[in-house]
Design a protein around this ligand. Structure first.
Ligand code: PNW
Length: 475
């Protein structure tokens, strides 16, 4: 551990937040004109989620948002990051907005502002209107233009009250888990389509950022949240280093190349040339995508460890895809093996590696000097259960948050411009293909009654948020 002082103090302006997303918490999927998104369709398809669970009710945030905001205020949160359900606002993904759908977000934002909590809106957290998927989804260029229109509509409606905007959440998951591996909606397993999807998500970000700026006050900020992961190799052998570079391109470079530097890495274009000719990258697209960003959001959970496929490394090699027969999230990387990183793991099986967060932050600080960075997601799933006294003790989660926040503080001391942190997640919620089996919340949800109860990590985080100092990891 790198913490030497008993307490770690943060800059006064540091934002202490929590994050959620629409499909994971709202429920109310048939309320006032909302139509299905690809996640409604996917979760209702037998065999796609653990136990066939869906977001139909989720944690009923749509009806309980007032109580949830009161809870955030009690915890002393400075900021709240949530996403807008596209098909609640613009049901078919085109045409005019449904005002009553938009009203839900107006009420939520007003409630947050009334409690002194800064709203941060994510426009797209994976729930594409099903009608747009029926028209081809993200592999279709048209979808990027539909997203820009939707961004403009929401920006016009809420840009006067919401200052912080995020276009896309983790486009890697949308493109490669959704269209490549098929483990996320829409469940397609087509390597070429996943690369087309990645480009059109990039284009959607660029067009969406311009659309937002055209309708919002200049003081508002536009960012994107990328699930950037440090890629490590089992050795310094040139074959392993080449495998590492390939996965870094496919995990990170495919998005931050165009977004931050205006180009796809040449090594990515070469490695995928047998799958796609990239002819869907039109003249001018890269300039559109390479918008100056006001900030960059980093979502961090765990690093990735790889080797060249021919090597047998320490640890258990995993095949290049989650399910090779069905599809892969790593197009063109059949020559790479994936390994379990050593160390303790969370309930997701993800290795806990706080230094990886420092490494990421420093990497982006070097790549785009001065750019404000936010950690827009970070957190851990544990098998939480109430004690006989009814309280939920989650010391592992406190240790996780403490160690990662300590690494952020260390990055700030090393000169990084990190402005805030949104833990994932405020509430236990629908963890995508895992259904309700994985609990990420600092607030426990009893799924029988939907009652909320802050876990000990919520009290720990509350103290950190109120004092700007990390309390010791044991409470
Ligand atoms: C992120 N992976 O998802 C999402 O932004 C959240 O909605 C989600 O609940 C959270 O992290 C926890 O999973 C990810 O397989 C899902 O690499 C899968 C992966 C990464 C992030």
């Amino acid at each position: 551990m790198t913490v030497s002082a008993p307490q770690v103090t943060f800059p006064r302006a540091f934002l202490w937040g929590a994050a959620t997303s629409a499909y994971q918490i709202e429920g109310a999927v048939r309320e006032i004109g909302r139509t299905p998104s690809i996640w409604d369709t996917f979760s209702h398809t037998p065999g796609k989620t653990v136990g066939g669970e869906t977001g139909d009710i989720a944690v009923d945030h749509y009806h309980r948002y007032r109580d949830d905001v009161a809870l955030m205020a009690e915890l002393g949160l400075g900021a709240y990051r949530f996403s807008v359900s596209w098909s609640r606002v613009q049901p078919t993904g085109r045409g005019p907005v449904v005002q009553r759908g938009l009203d839900f977000y107006r009420r939520l934002v007003d409630e947050l502002l009334a409690h002194g909590i800064r709203p941060t809106i994510t426009l797209y957290h994976w729930d594409l209107p099903q009608d747009l998927e029926n028209a081809g989804g993200w592999p279709q260029r048209e979808t990027a233009f539909r997203f820009a229109e939707y961004a403009q509509l929401v920006g016009e409606a809420l840009g006067d009250r919401v200052e912080q905007w995020i276009t896309l959440n983790e486009p890697w998951c949308s493109a490669f888990l959704g269209y490549g591996a098929g483990v996320h909606a829409p469940g397609r397993t087509d390597a070429a389509a996943s690369l087309r999807a990645a480009h059109h998500l990039n284009l959607a970000h660029g067009l969406g950022a311009s659309a937002l700026r055209s309708v919002m006050p200049a003081r508002n900020t536009v960012a994107v949240s990328l699930n950037s992961c440090p890629v490590r190799t089992v050795s310094q052998d040139p074959a392993d280093l080449a495998a590492g570079r390939k996965i870094d391109d496919l995990a990170n470079g495919v998005f931050h190349g165009p977004m931050l530097h205006g180009a796809y890495p040449q090594s990515l274009l070469t490695a995928t040339s047998s799958l796609t000719d990239w002819s869907y990258v039109h003249d001018g697209d890269l300039a559109t995508i390479n918008q100056p960003l006001d900030a960059l959001g980093l979502n961090y959970y765990t690093p990735t460890l790889v080797s060249a496929a021919s090597r047998t490394a320490a640890g258990r090699p995993r095949p290049g895809g989650r399910d090779r027969a069905a599809g892969t999230p790593w197009p063109g990387a059949e020559d790479v093996s994936f390994h379990q990183s050593p160390g303790e793991r969370t309930e997701m099986g993800w290795t806990i590696d706080p230094a990886g967060l420092h490494e990421l932050i420093m990497r982006y600080s070097r790549e785009v000097p001065g750019l404000p960075l936010y950690v827009t997601e970070n957190g851990a799933a544990y098998d939480d259960k109430p004690d006989p006294d009814g309280r939920v003790h989650d010391p592992e989660r406190i240790a996780y948050l403490h160690s990662h926040l300590s690494e952020i503080r260390r990055a700030i001391a090393d000169g990084a411009n990190v402005r805030g942190y949104y833990l994932w997640s405020l509430l236990d919620n629908f963890e995508w293909a895992h259904g309700y089996s994985k609990r990420f919340g600092v607030v426990y949800v009893d799924y029988a009654t939907l009652a909320r109860q802050p876990k000990s990590s919520a009290h720990w985080y509350s103290l950190a948020a109120r004092t700007g100092k990390l309390p010791p990891p044991q409470v």
